[in-house]
Design a protein around this ligand. Sequence first.
Ligand SMILES: [Zn+2]
Length: 413
Amino acid sequence: MLLHPMENFKSIVRLIKTLNTEEKCIQFLVDLKWNGIPTCSGENCSNPHNNNYNVDRKIFRCSKCQKNFSVKTGTIFQGSNVPLIDWFVAIYEIANSKRGISSVALSEKIDVSYKTALSMSHKIKEALDDENEGTLFGIVEIDETFAGAKLNRDKKLAYKIYKRNLERIHWGLEGKKEKENRLKREAKYAKKTGKPSTQKESKLEELLKDVPAYNRPLIEDKYTRNLHHQKIHYKKNIVGLIERDIYNSDGVLVKQGKLLLKKMGRHKADINGINMMPLLKKHIDKSAKIMTDGHPAYNDVKNHFRKHDVIIHSREKGDYTPILYSEGEGNDMKTTNHIENIWCHFKKMENGTYFHFSYRHTDKYLNEFAFRYNNRSLTNSQRFSKLLGKCLKKNITNEEIRGTIDSYSYMAA
Ligand SMILES: [Zn+2]
């Protein structure tokens, strides 16, 4: 029996020194998974008695149903030839690096190929799929962000000029010379391609005529993709719900606030009341007090929850004095700064470590971020063991880690 109080794993070096052979890793998992007694994983069996261990093949044989099983059966390690310690290092890194770890960096650390590292990293993230669930109470701050790659400055400028020129043509604001040049350009284009140069825009308008408002952005994206130099396609909306920490009258922490992150479409227009309200009703208790910014998607919040405080970050709206950033003090302070802080760290993770992740896989990265935030009070080794515990609960296949585009159930059909 291996002695492994969790505090042994204060650092990654301690982890590697303690579990320096595959046998010790297996024994460690046996202790963690079955409390030291290997138990058959066969259907309707779960026999814990006299299961023989085959040292060469590293598998157990059930004394009752005669089936083979190993400590990897029914976990994310099932079917993997990567040594267990490499898996543990990957899990340790994902559980404890504040900005995450990219698959390239991971592949160099544990000396596997990039593809293997990517698959391992996605399987570990997929094991966290229950992280963004649950109900929030007390004071809940809500905000949304438009994450993803920024347009390159030159391309952004080119797009801005293009848009401005279209507007100038529309309102008849072109100069004489300007118009001559444009007509020349259009004639050149027509000669070259045999089509009038404005065809693209008219086709788009025609297409959008019968499309409901909430479906428009995707089609617009498809047809204006070249104008945006394909970057806008990578964007995604993320909605964050964060529960305030609860303190008692003596100032002692009673309950640590939980963070939920959800993706909501690829276009800014997907953030609307139709998509937002089912999400809020599912994850927030009716007795909660909500704090948001002045986005119209939250207009209906006051009808479904105890109270709704609006923080408007702009002086220009109306002739009253808005709450710009915060008002009041202590527990009941009116502010959304806690969730703004989350965006600061989340975007540093996305832009600094991963550079880009697609809409399809966004859920995994949200789960990973939320896991680290929600377990912020634990030590490194406690967070490692918690994540390892989740990895032991289910087998994740390669089909499952491919992700889905339509996994978001709140979007209006
Ligand atoms: Zn059995």
